[in-house]
Write a protein that binds this ligand. Sequence first.
Ligand code: ADP
Ligand code: MG
Length: 300
Amino acid sequence: MTLKITNISKTYPNGVQALKNITLTIPNGMYGLLGPNGAGKSTLMRILATLQEPDEGSVYLGDIDVVNQKDEVRKTLGYLPQEFGVYPKVSAESLLDYFAILKGITTRGARKEIVEALLRQTNLWDVRKQKLGGYSGGMRQRFGVAVALLGNPKLMIVDEPTAGLDPAERVRFLNLLSELGENSVVLLSTHIVEDVSELCTHMAIINKGEILHEAEPLKAMEKLTGRIWRRIIQKSALSQLEREHKIISTKLLGGRTVIHVYSEEEPAGFDKVQPDLEDVYFTTMAGYYRQETKQEPKEK
Ligand code: ADP
Ligand code: MG
């Protein structure tokens, strides 16, 4: 199954153009949609989840026309919104059972089996009797995944699921997601580069409603080899260096300032670094990454 998004645009009534002519082909497996706050990720995901209409363009999940055959999509869709409420006084087991009924799993025995399997898969079995109001952020997100997985979706959409999780919860959550990708399209949006580098075989970088870069993370990192350079500097030297180099990122490391610059030739006084996905992200956001072309990178 492939999700094919063609020329999608969306402008909100207040005039904000949230999506500008988005075209993406999303294969089976884990796909990362990476971009800063306000990039348009949630807008795109709500359109794919049939909760919002695009102004223009089409979306196909296999043969299903997502914009016009909403009921068909919903049968095979799992959606974990960026923010969702739970009924705080109900246990995970009861609420999941209830959602399973809504999904049409009406046979009691079948439902019991499915609910148990999902609670085990999301590692909530031991806490299934606890009220959802007492769940931690990570537990709540895993419960959201259990709900989204009801009915074996072929399209799974998870919007910023790791925001707000502590490091241990985040790892547990990413492990859970990594098991899902094989037989379905799993689309994950995030502003955290590591979510994508740890999980996704394909990705797109989105900013201000536009796709800046569509790539396989490993290949994108490879393409940058020899072009990313690093130097530890005094903070006071930063503005001077900014004038001389294409700085893509500035970070603090143990109280010192580390800069990465983009350059096709070795700049004096810098060390070569093996590019990681963060370098790909910042190079793209700065406008220096030009995929598939030998075009000169745009001057700042
Ligand atoms: P992201 O999920 O990447 O943070 P969003 O899709 O939520 O981005 O938002 C994209 C842009 O659209 C932002 O400028 C945001 O303020 C705007 N926006 C989102 N939802 C609405 C809405 N319902 N009405 C008006 N503007 C909106
Ligand atoms: Mg969002």
